[in-house]
Design a protein around this ligand. Structure first.
Ligand SMILES: Nc1nc2c(ncn2[C@@H]2O[C@H](COP(=O)(O)OP(=O)(O)O)[C@@H](O)[C@H]2O)c(=O)[nH]1
Ligand SMILES: [Mg+2]
Length: 396
């Protein structure tokens, strides 16, 4: 169908124009009087605009009844009387009004539908994001992240999730949040102090002695530092012998101490060493008194000037969260410590590392993942742990 508009000072002239150009088969779809605006209204006559259409093979019967068939009008009949023309004009104006109304309604409907559709799309996206956040939340719980911390992480990210956020941005937000919460893991030699006396405390059997052997090997063989060992774990002969064996293999001096005085003497004897690693007895975390003894040793021993006194609380990643909470409560007064997690190879869920880090505020440091000395130790990899907590495959 060809549709054209014709403007003239009268309706008749406009129709004539249409007929001349489009032929006698053309039908009038619409007639509109265009009124001038402002001052022009006074000086200029209104214009009539005719919209005509031509459907070449359209049978006459198919022509809309509200359309005016130009075929029916010849030159004379179309202009027969002014009165007739005026009647027709009014009728046409009415038709125009209703057509306009219809179009406006249609446009309104379609824009409403469009808005509805957009709203639906937005809701769909929001729902997908919500479902995704739920999935990540359950993944955190699956990895035994404490519900309290999982909620905290999710709500912090949720508040920054914009309507237009997609899964990628949400995931990277969560990932960054977890990495920030894990903090930068600190190695023993990362501070500027030259010499260090480093105490390893924690429950029996978590891997303190093995960890000391692993670190001593790295410090001595790889970092070429002067390393010495002290053991205050005199409750079991086997414990002393265990550390002595490692010391002999590595060729580092070792002292066994029973009292604070002996500890001070040993520290003084090793004052030229870069790194003095002190093993302590693994006390039952249920016995506050025994822990008090270790606290007293650490607090009251005297280290040379310019020598740092560091404490590392060694915990097994395979210990139940409830037990870990009791343990850190007991060691709470021991002084500022950093955290070492052992036995990562014995558990598939590492949420406790994040939980204890957040509960204590203590910096993370090393993790061990096997019994092999010296290989199975490394500085914690926060990126890898964050990925794993979010359900990634990055198990290490
Ligand atoms: N699977 C595994 N076993 C470990 C790890 N670290 C230590 N162990 C083992 O845990 C047991 C206790 O270790 P030990 O160093 O004597 O613990 P301590 O009582 O805290 O000094 C030993 O059999 C170690 O070989 C680890 O990362 N993974
Ligand atoms: Mg031990």
């Amino acid at each position: 169908m060809i549709i054209k508009k014709f403007q003239a000072s009268t309706e008749k002239d406009a129709i004539l124009q249409a007929k001349e150009e489009m032929g006698s088969d053309a039908v009038v779809l619409n007639i509109k009087t265009i009124k001038h605006k402002g001052l022009k209204r006074i000086f200029k006559k209104d214009i009539v605009e005719v919209t005509a259409a031509l459907e070449e093979r359209m049978p006459t019967a198919a022509i809309p009844t509200n359309a005016i068939n130009l075929v029916a009008d010849n030159d004379t009949t179309a202009v027969k009387s002014e009165e007739k023309s005026e009647d027709k004009s009014t009728a046409i104006e009415e038709k125009l009004d209703s057509l306009q109304e219809m179009l406006v309604n249609q446009m309104k409907n379609s824009s409403e539908k469009k808005e509805e559709k957009e709203e639906k799309e937005k809701n769909k996206e929001e729902n997908t994001n919500f479902a995704f956040i739920q999935l990540v939340y359950s993944q955190l719980l699956e990895n035994e992240v404490d519900e309290k911390y999982a909620n905290q992480i999710i709500s912090e990210v949720e508040s920054s999730v914009k309507k237009e956020s997609n899964m990628d941005t949400i995931l990277s937000g969560l990932y960054q949040k977890i990495i920030l919460k894990l903090g930068e893991p600190e190695s023993i030699d990362s501070e500027e102090k030259k010499s260090k006396v480093v105490f390893f405390v924690g429950p029996t059997g978590v891997g303190k002695t093995t960890t000391i052997a692993k670190l001593a090997s790295d410090f001595k063989l790889d970092k070429k530092l002067k390393v010495a060992m002290i053991t205050a774990d005199t409750y079991r002969i086997a414990a002393v012998e265990q550390l002595r064996t490692y010391a002999n293999i590595l060729g580092v001096p070792i002292k066994v101490v029973y009292t604070l005085e002996e500890l001070n003497e040993a520290i003084d004897e090793f004052k030229e060493y870069d790194m003095v690693l002190v093993d302590t007895a693994g006390r039952s975390h249920k016995n506050k008194e025994q822990c008090e003894e270790i606290r007293h040793l650490i607090k009251d021993c005297v280290v040379p000037e310019d020598t740092g006194k560091d404490i590392y609380l060694v915990l097994s990643a395979a210990t139940k969260y409830k037990d870990l909470i009791n343990i850190v409560d007991v060691y709470d007064e021991i002084g500022k410590y950093k955290l070492i997690f052992t036995k990562l190879d014995e558990t598939g869920t590492l949420g406790n590392i994040l939980n204890i880090r957040l509960k204590t505020g203590a910096p993370l440091s090393y993790v061990t993942c096997g019994q092999v000395v010296p290989d199975d130790i490394r500085l914690l990899d926060a990126q890898s742990l964050a990925k794993q907590l979010l359900g990634g495959e990055d198990k290490k």
